[in-house]
Design a protein around this ligand. Sequence first.
Ligand SMILES: Nc1ncnc2c1ncn2[C@@H]1O[C@H](COP(=O)(O)OP(=O)(O)O)[C@@H](O)[C@H]1O
Ligand SMILES: [Mg+2]
Length: 319
Amino acid sequence: MADPYAIVFEKISKTFKNAREPSVYETNLKIEKGSFVTILGASGCGKTTLLKMVNRLYEPSTGRVLINGEDVSKTSPTLLRRKMGYVIQQVGLFQHMTVEQNVATVPEVLGWDKQKINQRIDELLRLVKLSPEEFRKRYPGQLSGGQQQRVGIARAMAADPSILLMDEPFGAIDAINRSILQDEILRIQKKLHKTILFVTHDIMEALKLGDKVIIMNHGEIQQYDEPLAILQNPANPFVRSLVHSEDLLQRMAFIKARDVMNTGVNNLVAGDQEPAVGEEESLKDVLLLLLRTQADYVRVESKDKVTVGCISFQELKKI
Ligand SMILES: Nc1ncnc2c1ncn2[C@@H]1O[C@H](COP(=O)(O)OP(=O)(O)O)[C@@H](O)[C@H]1O
Ligand SMILES: [Mg+2]
């Protein structure tokens, strides 16, 4: 049977030179092929260190990482990185190169012919919703932060890697564009079935995007499970206090759907296929429903079953 795991961490740990304690303690994790896994934790807890051991930007102190069953230490870092897309917060676009040149970097290294590269650039820019005609010849400095991040995603996907590593990719983007980009990456992942390992310190982002969430604290994995399972059965007091923190679930339990729903006329074109909650139900129920159904939003219904508003993650984030 084919190996169902894209990434396996086997007794991985990392202690930096001269460090008093490990940045990542011994860790065993299996990431299923085609799954979207988020890594959630506070700054400095070891998220980036864990991620960078996958594409050998860091070498583990103990243990090994397997990609599709193969030990990464047996593959040259350069080859490995070409097979895996990598997107970071600072985007890392080459400033002196146009959008098309940026996207073409890896295909050129791989020696693709010109026509194939050209087609790929158009295809990728359309995938990330940038019109090729308008954007191909622009320089990164002529793009908004959100547009740069789209180019970063296009570039990371240029050679069609099966794995994407993303390190707080939307961290520097304003809330509105961030939510749009989150929806885009979800759409792309659903369409192309990439395996995505996505680092964030934002709880809502981790819960919204992840099929599964890895929760880290001080270099240790606290829980690795589906969002709903984490919310309903936190593995330990740390996870409980994180997901039930006052500014999240507890507050949500006391806020009614009608108090935060979006009543804009344009938002009421909702079809019947979206899940619905009653006006009096709590935001906690709304969140659980969003997670369980993977819907973009829920409809809010009055007692006589008329749609009076809707709630998406966007509204939940505002509370
Ligand atoms: N290259 C490095 N050299 C030494 N220590 C590092 C290095 N990178 C990270 N660390 C340390 O490892 C810990 C985890 O860092 P990091 O993985 O970047 O955390 P996060 O991404 O969760 O914010 C921190 O204490 C950090 O100072
Ligand atoms: Mg980091």
